[in-house]
Ligand binder design. Structure first.
Ligand code: ZN
Length: 306
């Protein structure tokens, strides 16, 4: 592991970043002010103080060298891999047809006809078929889905201003079928889905942005309008990395971190993708006002070749 910096000069100018992990209280008093490398297997010891770098910082921990960045990123990727368990399928207590019937929005005959159409292989889902063929209102279907999922139903009518496009890569919104609707002053992020709530995505968003996520539904027409509005937003720069295995992905991610030297970076798995977000400065971490120029997204996927 190199002790000198990349230019080969030994420099005794440790720069202390705003969020290094400080030495524990038990550390010698003289050393307490210096940051400690966040890689638990860091081998550079006190020599790290000679390194002239206050960044990068990954998940709040300063990293003293490219080798430590690489090791830390691999640890984080393994953490995400270990946490990836298939979510148990959501069990609705009441089927959608029965919910609609109970609400008095369809008749028994409507339900029978809709089920018959399903049996005959209709490409429309039951609720969609009832909207198309039995005059069920789209709002009623959305209300019924909200009852099924025990989640709020949103409306675009209360939508003021542009959608927070900088909060998530556009690819995620399009791939996973959701739109971030708004951020509140109290630190809540409202995510709108069309007909089902993706709880694992909502949880990943919560971990990444550090805000309370409120997941709800939008009716089909309003959802398409929200997608259109969202697409007009300003997005952070995003790059896609496909790697043959986890080690190669760790290599690519850490190279990007070493290149950009972010003031903070976070990594979460979203289904089969890994999302790495880099913030150039701590002001960019303030989501409500973050300029997209201060944020970079790197989306990784592991491709296993046969
Ligand atoms: Zn280190």
């Amino acid at each position: 592991m190199p002790v000198l910096n990349s230019s080969g000069d030994a420099q005794y100018e440790p720069r202390i970043s705003a969020q290094p992990q400080l030495m524990a209280e038990t550390a010698p008093r003289r050393a307490r002010a210096f940051p400690v490398c966040a890689n638990p297997r860091c081998a550079s010891g006190w020599l790290q103080l000679w390194r002239k770098r206050g960044v990068p910082v990954v998940e709040g921990g300063w990293l003293c060298s490219p080798a430590c960045t690489r090791a830390r990123v691999e640890d984080l990727l393994r953490r995400e891999q270990a946490e990836a368990r298939p979510a148990p399928p959501h069990r609705h207590r009441v089927p959608i047809g029965l919910t609609l019937l109970t609400q008095g929005w369809i008749t028994h005959q409507d339900l029978k006809d809709a089920l018959e159409a399903q049996r005959k292989g209709s490409r429309l889902r039951l609720g969609e078929w009832l909207v198309a063929h039995r005059g069920l209102k789209e709002e009623q279907l959305t209300q019924a889905l909200g009852l099924q999922w025990s989640c709020p139903v949103f409306s675009l009518e209360k939508q003021a201003g542009s959608l927070p496009a900088n909060i998530v890569p556009r690819l995620f919104s399009e791939s996973f079928g959701f739109v971030p609707l708004r951020l509140t002053a109290s630190g809540r992020l409202y995510l709108a889905f069309e007909d089902r709530i993706d709880h694992s995505l909502a949880l990943a968003m919560e971990r990444m942005v550090g805000l309370q996520v409120v997941a709800g539904l939008l009716g089909a027409t309003e959802f398409r309008e929200a997608q259109r509005l969202f697409a007009q937003g300003h997005f952070a720069r995003a790059r896609l990395i496909e790697a043959g295995n986890l080690e190669l992905l760790a290599e690519a991610f850490s190279r990007q971190i070493e290149k950009e030297k972010p003031a903070e970076a976070r990594l979460v798995r979203v289904h089969d993708l890994v999302w790495l977000r880099l913030w150039r400065d701590m002001e960019s971490r303030d989501h409500a006002q973050a300029a997209v120029s201060g944020i970079e997204d790197v989306i990784g996927s592991v491709v296993r070749f046969p």
